[in-house]
Design a protein around this ligand. Structure first.
Ligand SMILES: Nc1ncnc2c1ncn2[C@@H]1O[C@H](COP(=O)(O)OP(=O)(O)OP(=O)(O)O)[C@@H](O)[C@H]1O
Length: 254
Protein backbone atom coordinates (compact mmCIF):
# COMPACT_ATOMS: atom_id res chain seq x y z
CA UNK A 1 0.00 0.00 0.00
CA UNK A 2 1.18 3.50 -0.83
CA UNK A 3 2.45 5.94 1.78
CA UNK A 4 0.07 8.89 2.05
CA UNK A 5 1.79 10.87 4.81
CA UNK A 6 5.42 10.76 5.79
CA UNK A 7 6.61 12.47 8.97
CA UNK A 8 10.41 12.58 8.95
CA UNK A 9 12.56 13.51 11.91
CA UNK A 10 10.28 16.32 13.06
CA UNK A 11 11.45 18.44 15.98
CA UNK A 12 9.42 21.12 17.75
CA UNK A 13 10.39 22.84 20.99
CA UNK A 14 8.50 25.10 23.35
CA UNK A 15 11.20 27.13 25.08
CA UNK A 16 13.59 24.54 26.49
CA UNK A 17 11.15 21.66 26.15
CA UNK A 18 11.41 19.38 23.11
CA UNK A 19 7.80 18.35 22.58
CA UNK A 20 8.85 16.53 19.39
CA UNK A 21 12.39 15.22 19.21
CA UNK A 22 13.11 13.58 15.87
CA UNK A 23 9.63 12.14 15.41
CA UNK A 24 9.22 9.86 12.37
CA UNK A 25 6.41 7.64 11.10
CA UNK A 26 4.42 6.98 7.95
CA UNK A 27 0.73 6.50 7.22
CA UNK A 28 -0.41 4.14 4.49
CA UNK A 29 -3.32 5.03 2.28
CA UNK A 30 -6.64 3.61 3.52
CA UNK A 31 -5.29 2.45 6.88
CA UNK A 32 -6.24 3.38 10.44
CA UNK A 33 -3.21 4.30 12.54
CA UNK A 34 -3.60 4.83 16.28
CA UNK A 35 -1.22 7.26 17.93
CA UNK A 36 -0.68 6.20 21.53
CA UNK A 37 1.55 7.21 24.40
CA UNK A 38 1.41 8.68 27.90
CA UNK A 39 0.42 12.25 28.73
CA UNK A 40 2.80 14.76 27.25
CA UNK A 41 4.25 12.30 24.72
CA UNK A 42 3.72 14.82 21.92
CA UNK A 43 0.59 13.46 20.21
CA UNK A 44 -1.27 16.77 20.00
CA UNK A 45 1.91 18.52 18.87
CA UNK A 46 2.15 15.99 16.01
CA UNK A 47 -1.42 16.87 15.00
CA UNK A 48 -0.60 20.59 15.23
CA UNK A 49 2.47 20.20 13.00
CA UNK A 50 0.66 18.08 10.38
CA UNK A 51 -2.30 20.46 10.18
CA UNK A 52 -0.34 23.73 10.09
CA UNK A 53 -1.26 24.94 13.58
CA UNK A 54 2.47 24.76 14.40
CA UNK A 55 5.55 24.95 12.21
CA UNK A 56 8.18 22.29 12.93
CA UNK A 57 11.62 23.60 13.87
CA UNK A 58 13.19 20.88 11.74
CA UNK A 59 12.27 17.78 9.78
CA UNK A 60 9.86 17.11 6.94
CA UNK A 61 6.17 16.32 6.53
CA UNK A 62 5.14 15.05 3.09
CA UNK A 63 1.68 14.35 1.74
CA UNK A 64 1.88 12.03 -1.28
CA UNK A 65 5.52 13.11 -1.58
CA UNK A 66 4.79 16.87 -1.48
CA UNK A 67 6.26 18.87 1.41
CA UNK A 68 3.54 20.51 3.54
CA UNK A 69 5.35 21.50 6.77
CA UNK A 70 4.88 25.21 7.41
CA UNK A 71 2.01 25.71 4.95
CA UNK A 72 -0.97 27.72 6.19
CA UNK A 73 -3.62 25.52 7.85
CA UNK A 74 -6.17 26.58 5.20
CA UNK A 75 -3.90 25.30 2.41
CA UNK A 76 -3.39 22.05 4.28
CA UNK A 77 -7.17 21.50 4.47
CA UNK A 78 -7.36 22.22 0.73
CA UNK A 79 -4.74 19.55 0.12
CA UNK A 80 -6.91 17.01 1.90
CA UNK A 81 -6.07 16.87 5.60
CA UNK A 82 -8.71 17.65 8.23
CA UNK A 83 -8.79 17.23 12.00
CA UNK A 84 -11.13 17.04 14.95
CA UNK A 85 -10.25 18.50 18.34
CA UNK A 86 -10.35 17.17 21.91
CA UNK A 87 -12.47 20.18 22.91
CA UNK A 88 -15.11 19.88 20.26
CA UNK A 89 -15.09 23.43 18.84
CA UNK A 90 -18.68 23.28 17.56
CA UNK A 91 -20.87 26.34 16.94
CA UNK A 92 -23.27 25.71 19.79
CA UNK A 93 -25.81 28.37 18.87
CA UNK A 94 -26.27 26.87 15.39
CA UNK A 95 -28.16 23.82 14.19
CA UNK A 96 -26.50 20.48 13.57
CA UNK A 97 -26.81 20.79 9.78
CA UNK A 98 -25.50 24.37 9.72
CA UNK A 99 -22.41 23.19 11.61
CA UNK A 100 -21.75 20.84 8.69
CA UNK A 101 -22.66 23.32 5.93
CA UNK A 102 -20.07 25.85 7.13
CA UNK A 103 -17.34 23.21 6.76
CA UNK A 104 -18.22 22.19 3.21
CA UNK A 105 -15.58 23.10 0.66
CA UNK A 106 -16.34 26.61 -0.57
CA UNK A 107 -17.54 27.12 -4.10
CA UNK A 108 -16.72 30.21 -6.09
CA UNK A 109 -19.58 32.65 -6.51
CA UNK A 110 -21.03 32.06 -3.07
CA UNK A 111 -20.09 35.43 -1.56
CA UNK A 112 -22.59 38.15 -0.47
CA UNK A 113 -22.11 40.20 -3.67
CA UNK A 114 -23.01 37.19 -5.81
CA UNK A 115 -25.96 36.51 -3.53
CA UNK A 116 -27.34 39.95 -4.45
CA UNK A 117 -26.42 39.89 -8.14
CA UNK A 118 -27.23 36.22 -8.80
CA UNK A 119 -29.82 35.16 -6.20
CA UNK A 120 -30.93 32.05 -8.08
CA UNK A 121 -27.35 30.84 -8.38
CA UNK A 122 -26.82 31.33 -4.62
CA UNK A 123 -30.06 29.52 -3.84
CA UNK A 124 -28.94 26.60 -6.00
CA UNK A 125 -25.57 26.48 -4.19
CA UNK A 126 -27.30 26.46 -0.80
CA UNK A 127 -29.65 23.70 -1.93
CA UNK A 128 -26.71 21.62 -3.12
CA UNK A 129 -24.81 22.22 0.11
CA UNK A 130 -27.85 21.24 2.18
CA UNK A 131 -28.11 17.98 0.24
CA UNK A 132 -24.39 17.28 0.73
CA UNK A 133 -24.65 18.04 4.46
CA UNK A 134 -27.67 15.75 4.81
CA UNK A 135 -25.77 12.92 3.13
CA UNK A 136 -22.85 13.41 5.55
CA UNK A 137 -25.21 13.48 8.53
CA UNK A 138 -26.68 10.23 7.31
CA UNK A 139 -23.20 8.67 7.17
CA UNK A 140 -22.57 9.52 10.83
CA UNK A 141 -26.11 8.61 11.89
CA UNK A 142 -27.29 12.13 12.77
CA UNK A 143 -29.75 12.90 9.99
CA UNK A 144 -32.71 12.79 12.39
CA UNK A 145 -31.03 15.56 14.43
CA UNK A 146 -30.26 17.84 11.45
CA UNK A 147 -32.44 20.72 12.62
CA UNK A 148 -31.68 20.48 16.34
CA UNK A 149 -29.44 23.00 18.03
CA UNK A 150 -26.06 21.61 19.04
CA UNK A 151 -26.93 22.23 22.69
CA UNK A 152 -29.97 19.97 22.32
CA UNK A 153 -28.07 16.83 21.30
CA UNK A 154 -26.10 14.47 23.55
CA UNK A 155 -22.33 14.61 24.07
CA UNK A 156 -21.91 11.42 22.03
CA UNK A 157 -23.89 12.97 19.19
CA UNK A 158 -21.76 16.12 19.41
CA UNK A 159 -18.67 13.96 18.94
CA UNK A 160 -20.27 12.35 15.87
CA UNK A 161 -21.01 15.85 14.58
CA UNK A 162 -17.30 16.65 14.87
CA UNK A 163 -16.60 13.73 12.52
CA UNK A 164 -19.31 15.00 10.16
CA UNK A 165 -17.55 18.38 10.02
CA UNK A 166 -14.24 16.72 9.23
CA UNK A 167 -15.94 14.73 6.45
CA UNK A 168 -17.49 17.92 5.06
CA UNK A 169 -14.03 19.14 4.05
CA UNK A 170 -13.83 16.09 1.75
CA UNK A 171 -10.36 15.38 3.14
CA UNK A 172 -8.62 12.14 2.31
CA UNK A 173 -6.65 12.08 5.57
CA UNK A 174 -8.61 12.48 8.82
CA UNK A 175 -6.88 13.24 12.12
CA UNK A 176 -9.14 12.47 15.08
CA UNK A 177 -8.05 13.58 18.56
CA UNK A 178 -9.57 11.23 21.15
CA UNK A 179 -12.88 10.64 19.31
CA UNK A 180 -14.06 8.10 21.91
CA UNK A 181 -13.11 9.91 25.13
CA UNK A 182 -16.00 10.52 27.49
CA UNK A 183 -18.43 8.34 25.52
CA UNK A 184 -20.83 5.84 27.12
CA UNK A 185 -20.95 2.23 25.88
CA UNK A 186 -23.53 2.75 23.11
CA UNK A 187 -22.01 5.95 21.72
CA UNK A 188 -18.61 4.31 21.87
CA UNK A 189 -19.78 1.37 19.75
CA UNK A 190 -21.29 3.82 17.25
CA UNK A 191 -18.02 5.75 17.01
CA UNK A 192 -15.92 2.60 16.57
CA UNK A 193 -18.27 1.38 13.83
CA UNK A 194 -18.08 4.80 12.14
CA UNK A 195 -14.26 4.81 12.18
CA UNK A 196 -14.28 1.36 10.60
CA UNK A 197 -16.80 2.51 8.00
CA UNK A 198 -14.71 5.55 7.07
CA UNK A 199 -11.70 3.32 6.62
CA UNK A 200 -13.86 1.06 4.43
CA UNK A 201 -14.73 4.10 2.33
CA UNK A 202 -11.01 4.55 1.61
CA UNK A 203 -10.21 7.34 4.08
CA UNK A 204 -6.84 7.30 5.83
CA UNK A 205 -7.12 7.93 9.57
CA UNK A 206 -4.73 8.93 12.32
CA UNK A 207 -6.47 8.57 15.67
CA UNK A 208 -5.28 9.50 19.16
CA UNK A 209 -6.77 6.78 21.37
CA UNK A 210 -6.07 5.91 25.00
CA UNK A 211 -8.20 2.78 25.31
CA UNK A 212 -6.09 -0.19 24.23
CA UNK A 213 -9.17 -2.37 23.65
CA UNK A 214 -10.42 0.15 21.11
CA UNK A 215 -6.95 0.44 19.58
CA UNK A 216 -6.95 -3.32 18.99
CA UNK A 217 -10.43 -2.99 17.49
CA UNK A 218 -9.72 -0.25 14.97
CA UNK A 219 -6.00 -0.02 14.24
CA UNK A 220 -4.10 -1.41 11.27
CA UNK A 221 -0.98 0.20 12.70
CA UNK A 222 0.01 1.56 16.12
CA UNK A 223 2.54 4.37 16.55
CA UNK A 224 3.81 4.54 20.14
CA UNK A 225 5.24 7.89 21.24
CA UNK A 226 7.17 8.87 24.34
CA UNK A 227 8.96 12.14 25.06
CA UNK A 228 8.55 13.37 21.51
CA UNK A 229 9.93 10.26 19.80
CA UNK A 230 8.38 7.23 18.19
CA UNK A 231 9.51 4.19 20.19
CA UNK A 232 7.63 1.64 18.08
CA UNK A 233 5.42 1.52 15.01
CA UNK A 234 3.76 -1.50 13.50
CA UNK A 235 1.22 -4.25 13.99
CA UNK A 236 -1.14 -3.43 16.94
CA UNK A 237 -0.69 -6.86 18.53
CA UNK A 238 3.12 -6.60 18.47
CA UNK A 239 3.29 -3.04 19.79
CA UNK A 240 0.66 -3.48 22.50
CA UNK A 241 2.24 -6.73 23.73
CA UNK A 242 5.58 -5.08 24.49
CA UNK A 243 6.05 -4.96 28.26
CA UNK A 244 8.61 -2.15 28.15
CA UNK A 245 6.07 0.06 26.35
CA UNK A 246 3.23 -0.96 28.70
CA UNK A 247 5.39 0.13 31.62
CA UNK A 248 6.00 3.52 30.04
CA UNK A 249 2.34 3.86 29.16
CA UNK A 250 0.81 2.88 32.45
CA UNK A 251 3.62 4.41 34.47
CA UNK A 252 2.97 7.64 32.59
CA UNK A 253 -0.39 8.38 34.15
CA UNK A 254 -2.80 6.09 32.26
N1 LIG B 1 1.90 25.60 23.52
C1 LIG B 1 2.72 24.97 24.34
N2 LIG B 1 3.59 25.65 25.11
C2 LIG B 1 4.45 25.01 25.94
N3 LIG B 1 4.51 23.68 26.07
C3 LIG B 1 3.68 22.94 25.32
C4 LIG B 1 2.75 23.54 24.42
N4 LIG B 1 2.05 22.53 23.80
C5 LIG B 1 2.53 21.39 24.31
N5 LIG B 1 3.51 21.62 25.20
C6 LIG B 1 4.29 20.61 25.94
O1 LIG B 1 4.78 19.70 24.98
C7 LIG B 1 4.73 18.36 25.46
C8 LIG B 1 3.90 17.52 24.50
O2 LIG B 1 2.53 17.92 24.64
P1 LIG B 1 1.34 17.30 23.79
O3 LIG B 1 0.12 18.06 24.16
O4 LIG B 1 1.73 17.26 22.36
O5 LIG B 1 1.28 15.82 24.38
P2 LIG B 1 0.13 14.75 24.23
O6 LIG B 1 0.81 13.46 23.92
O7 LIG B 1 -0.91 15.23 23.28
O8 LIG B 1 -0.46 14.68 25.70
P3 LIG B 1 -1.98 14.38 26.21
O9 LIG B 1 -2.17 12.89 26.10
O10 LIG B 1 -1.91 14.82 27.65
O11 LIG B 1 -2.93 15.18 25.39
C9 LIG B 1 4.16 18.43 26.87
O12 LIG B 1 5.23 18.43 27.79
C10 LIG B 1 3.43 19.76 26.88
O13 LIG B 1 3.39 20.31 28.18
Amino acid sequence: METLLDVGNVTRSFGGLRALDGCSFALRQGQVTCLVGPNGAGKTTVFDCITGFLKPDAGSIRLSGEPIAGLHRRDIVRRGIARSFQNLRLFEEMTVIDNVIVCLADETGNDPITAILRPFHSQAVLKRKTEQARAILETVGLLAKADHLVTAISFGQQKLLCIARVLATDAELLLLDEPTSGLGATALDTMVALIRRLSGLGKTLLVVEHNTRIVRDIADQVVFMHQGRVLAAGDPGDVLERRDLAEIYFGGGH
